[in-house]
Design a protein around this ligand. Structure first.
Ligand SMILES: C[S@@+](CC[C@H](N)C(=O)[O-])C[C@H]1O[C@@H](n2cnc3c(N)ncnc32)[C@H](O)[C@@H]1O
Length: 274
């Protein structure tokens, strides 16, 4: 019987869906990510997932398609910068640091609310050069403990939509002021996706999404240090996932010609500094 009773509300609760998807994929054949660390972590969690009425297969596909893409961006950055810092904002219960397995020259920080950090400490193993910061990402103080001079990758997967637009924009301005140079990878919901997803996260966790990002230039205008290098539609990527039910594949093919749906969730990569 699982041991760690988990009670995470509002935005924090959504991190459970991600862990559930990763763990389900780890048990699937074939598996997309084979994330056994996530599978072992989920076994320790005592939480009534049945009440969420998730489709294990579709949840795993959605979660792992996005995670695999972000893992790829992370690995590529680390392949170019042997000595680097990774700051994973709103890390939730994601096990990226074990999937990517950075080398000894990389220092990794996962940042999320103290309640989420406490759960992470109980369900994940420890590792070298890894730090867990229990704080809201919008609090300015935590940043001071991270050295600013190394190439820095800032990861914000599944986070921006939960921030107020002004606090999100000033967070990215603060980050690009603090760190000398690096890249930011994040995903977005546009106004259409925000309306649709808000109902779901509110029903399950009482969470509210606030920040709609309607394209890469939204953030470039608000944070002039950022220059977009890559734009990927999450929907188009998911439509190519192996093992996707044929009906969903056809649905994706049909709706991807409608820009507001194709761009409902974008994966964006930016660079900053010299
Ligand atoms: C959808 S989950 C994504 C978790 C993880 N990044 C992933 O993709 O698996 C959203 C996460 O953002 C975190 N979050 C939202 N607002 C936050 C804030 N102001 N400070 C820290 N974490 C925040 C939540 O606690 C939650 O863990």
């Amino acid at each position: 019987m699982a041991g760690v009773k988990v009670r995470l509300d509002e935005a924090m609760g959504t991190s459970l869906i991600m862990l559930y998807g990763l763990a389900h994929d780890a048990h699937a054949t074939p598996s997309i990510l084979g994330d056994t660390v996530a599978a072992q972590a989920l076994e320790k969690v005592d939480y009534d997932f049945a009440r969420l009425k998730l489709s294990p297969k579709l949840t795993a596909l959605a979660v792992t398609t996005r995670a695999k893409h972000f893992d790829g961006w992370t690995s590529r950055f680390l392949a170019q910068h042997e000595r680097a810092t990774v700051v994973n904002l709103g890390a939730g219960l994601d096990s990226r640091v074990w999937r990517v397995a950075p080398g000894a020259g990389v220092t990794w920080y996962d940042v999320d609310y103290p309640e989420v950090a406490e759960v992470r400490r109980k369900i994940f193993p420890s590792r070298d050069n890894y730090h867990l910061i229990g704080s809201s990402v919008t609090e300015p103080d935590w940043l001071e403990q991270i050295r600013p001079d190394l190439p820095t990758l800032i990861v914000a997967q599944g986070l921006t939509m939960y921030l107020q637009p002004e606090e999100g924009q000033s967070l990215f301005r603060r980050l690009t002021d603090h760190f000398a140079h690096g890249a930011v990878i994040l995903d977005t919901h546009n106004s259409y996706a925000l309306r649709r997803q808000n109902k779901l996260v509110h029903r399950h966790f009482g969470a509210t999404m606030h920040w709609a990002i309607n394209g890469p230039d939204d953030l470039e205008r608000a944070v002039p240090q950022l220059h977009c290098t890559d734009v990927v539609s999450g929907l188009v990527l998911q439509g190519r996932a192996p093992g996707l039910p044929i009906a969903y594949k056809i649905f994706v093919k049909l709706v991807q010609s409608v820009p507001v749906i194709r761009d409902a969730g974008l994966y964006l990569r930016y660079e900053f500094g010299s």
